[in-house]
Design a protein around this ligand. Structure first.
Ligand SMILES: *Cc1c(COP(=O)(O)O)cnc(C)c1O
Length: 385
């Protein structure tokens, strides 16, 4: 009997160690891990430089609070702002907290309260970030949400035009809906969102919690669109597994986050920042980013070719190494069958298989995964074209 609240349906695998894209369980079985801690271990398990940075910091200093100067935190903030359109950073401990901070900052800076987000979005589990999440199953049973959230169909320009007004504080959006089925924003929707924000003086909050930190082949996914965010939220890949979140914001917002207005006891502590600095040193490298793009393009191309052969595949979507395979049937049984063959992948909605390999994944590991996925999909297909 487990003493844990059963908030997760567990797979019955007990990992005891990991290296790169591989996980080893208690019985010694090795798995190819295309879950990466749910888009967290972007540099793979036990990356030597991240491990070393943490080990070095463990013996120096763990935590002092934000009443003190923290050199590592300044360094992370400088790197993130130098490499984005933002000018300031605030550190917290998770994606939900980063989005919570974004909602607060948007309300305070605009003096307005209405937030527009999208159906099938996912922004987190706290009351505020859950209220921004456009999924009924996430809200169920928790009573009244925060007021003044509106969920529009994603990529629907007309719906956005109709709904917008002067009283909207912010639009909160993912560049690729992750939990909602790996659905990329269309380029024209991106342009539309930005122009609407300018027209109505509302802030654009881009939730890069899953798409950020190299996942799509650029440090942030918004860089691949005509999309200038006012606020960016980050977590997942930022610490490669060390819990950390961040909000990045433009210069115009700095007056609204002054002493006493927002905070986090743990946020940005030296241990977390040591991990993040090591992660950023790797992920801001242009040739590394290029390799992610190439691997992603290769895998997507192979999967599209497979979809031409198999009627089981409805659509292949994604950018970089954030890839969704929409299937005709419910994918749960296929994912379970892949687990039996020692490949770990995720589900995103009933019919979408989601691949999130660590960004350091090797070519032969991609080939191996493709072969396994192809076999399982073929076994499930009613028609092989
Ligand atoms: C995972 C996720 C979150 C929530 O992050 P937590 O660290 O679990 O709070 C928010 N937004 C997106 C897009 C996510 O994928």
């Amino acid at each position: 009997m487990s003493a844990l609240f059963p908030t997760y349906a567990r797979w019955g695998i007990h990992p005891v160690k990991g290296q790169g894209a591989e996980l080893v369980d208690a019985s010694g079985t090795t798995y190819l891990d295309f879950v990466a801690g749910i888009a967290v271990c972007n540099l793979g398990h036990c990356h030597p430089k991240v491990n070393q940075a943490l080990k070095d910091q463990v013996d120096k200093l763990w935590h002092v609070s934000n009443l003190f100067e923290i050199e590592q935190q300044e360094k992370v903030a400088k790197c993130l702002t130098d490499n984005s359109v933002a000018d300031y950073a605030f550190f917290c401990n998770s994606g939900a907290e980063a989005n919570e901070a974004a909602i607060k900052l948007a309300r305070k800076a605009t003096g307005k309260h209405k937030i527009v987000s999208f159906q099938k979005s996912f922004h987190g589990r706290t009351l505020g970030s859950m209220s921004a999440t456009g999924q009924e199953k996430v809200h169920e049973g928790y009573g009244p949400l925060l007021p003044e959230f509106t969920y529009l169909p994603f990529n629907d320009e007309e719906a956005l035009t109709k709904t917008m007004s002067e009283d909207v504080a912010a639009i909160m959006v993912e560049v690729i809906q992750g939990e909602g089925g790996v659905v990329p924003m269309t380029p024209s929707f991106a342009r539309h969102i930005r122009s609407i924000c300018d027209k109505y003086n509302c802030l654009l909050i881009i939730d890069e919690v899953q798409t950020g930190i190299g996942r799509t082949g650029t440090l942030f996914a918004y860089e691949q669109y005509d999309l200038v965010p006012d606020i960016i939220t980050l977590a997942k890949g930022l610490g490669n597994g060390f819990p950390v979140g961040a909000l990045l914001g433009q210069e115009s917002l700095v007056d609204y986050f002054q002493p006493g207005s927002h905070g986090s006891t743990f946020g940005g502590n030296p241990l977390a920042m040591a991990a993040v600095n090591a992660v950023l040193e790797e992920v801001t490298n242009d040739s590394f980013l290029q390799s992610i793009k190439e691997k992603g393009e290769w895998l997507i191309k192979q999967l599209i070719e497979l979809s031409n052969e198999l009627d089981e595949i409805v659509e292949v979507r994604g950018i970089g190494l954030m890839i969704g395979i929409e299937c005709k049937h419910e994918v749960g049984p296929m994912i379970a069958s892949l687990r039996e063959k020692h490949l770990l992948v995720l589900q995103a909605g009933p019919n979408v298989m989601r691949l999130l390999p660590p960004l350091i994944v090797k070519e032969e590991q991609l080939k191996q995964a493709l072969q396994l996925i192809s076999n399982v999909l073929k076994a499930n297909a009613t028609v092989v074209k």
